[in-house]
Every structure is written in structure tokens, then in C-alpha cells.
Design a protein around this ligand. Sequence first.
Ligand SMILES: [Zn+2]
Ligand SMILES: [Zn+2]
Length: 187
Amino acid sequence: MIESLQFVVSVLALFLLWTCIIYWLHRISHIKHAKNPLWIIHRAHHRLPYFSEAPRPWPRLGQYFFWLGNWKESLDVIFVMTIPLGLLTIVFPAQGACLLVFHYFYEVFLSESRLDHNPYLTGRWTKFFAWGSFHLVHHVQLQKNFCLMITLWDHVFGSAIEPDPDFPEKFLRGKALEGLKERRALI
Ligand SMILES: [Zn+2]
Ligand SMILES: [Zn+2]
């Protein structure tokens, strides 16, 4: 019992370390410089019109193989999230393996339109989780809300902005409302 509790705590500790690394890599990805490969890759994420198409009930076939739309979007996730976790797994194999499984399912089934870019996730959800309106603020203010999955590190390093309660509606006004109606139908 104590051993399994210790293991869970160690997985959570590794998750915190991983999300901290992700925070800083994402922050570095926003240093706009022609020689910053992370920015060259990451800006593809910010060019995507997330609300111009209705979310799909199931991932596209390529997503199961970590093909996340195009090569820049795929490399963005691999450089910022997968490779750091792979390196941590070399040092902490059991805990890292748990997080690799979590990372796969989160990216394939949850992150894109279900959690990260879901404008209907607001309020208490976005206090602790970098979902919905918290992450959408980052799409408007590129130097704020760098965290992915949890909001902790933005608060620690002073880059957090609490989303305005009516932010999602403001943000979405004029953007693909047809797609939104379908999104609403899916939730
Ligand atoms: Zn970004
Ligand atoms: Zn995004």
C-alpha cells in the first residue's frame, strides 16, 4: 500500500517536472527569431484556425500515429512534449512509461478540440487546467498562458492571465459560428 502510494506520488512529481520543461520550451518557442527552430515550427500552431471546422467525434487516422495535421504541428508536440518525456523516461523508466501512455491518449483523443481549444471550458476548470479559455487567451496574447495541461507554472513564473468570463464568446465572435454550433452539439 505504502509502496503504491509512493509510486503514485513519484509519477505526479515527474508529471510536474515534465510540465515545467514543457512550459519553458513553449516559452522559448515564442522567441521570434529567424534562427529559433522552435518558433519556426510552433508558429504553425498559431496559424491554424481552430474554429473554422467542426470538431470530429473521433481523431483522424493520422492522429493515431501522431500525425497532428501537418509536419510542423507534429514536430511541435514531439520536440516540446514527447522528446523531453522520452529523456525523463530513460532516468525514471516506470514513472516515465506511465506518463508516455497518458501523453499518447491525451494528444490523440483529448487535447485538440476536446480540452485545449474548447471554448466552453471556462471558470473553475481553467483555474487549474490549461484548457479552454485559459489556452485560448494564449492564442490572442502570445506572451501569456504558456502552460499545457496544468496552469501551475504560469502562476509560478508570472505569465498567467485569468480569462475574462465572457472571453470565449468575445474571441469567437465573427469566427466560424457555424462550426461552433456543431461543436456545441458534440459537448
Ligand atoms: Zn504558443
Ligand atoms: Zn493552441
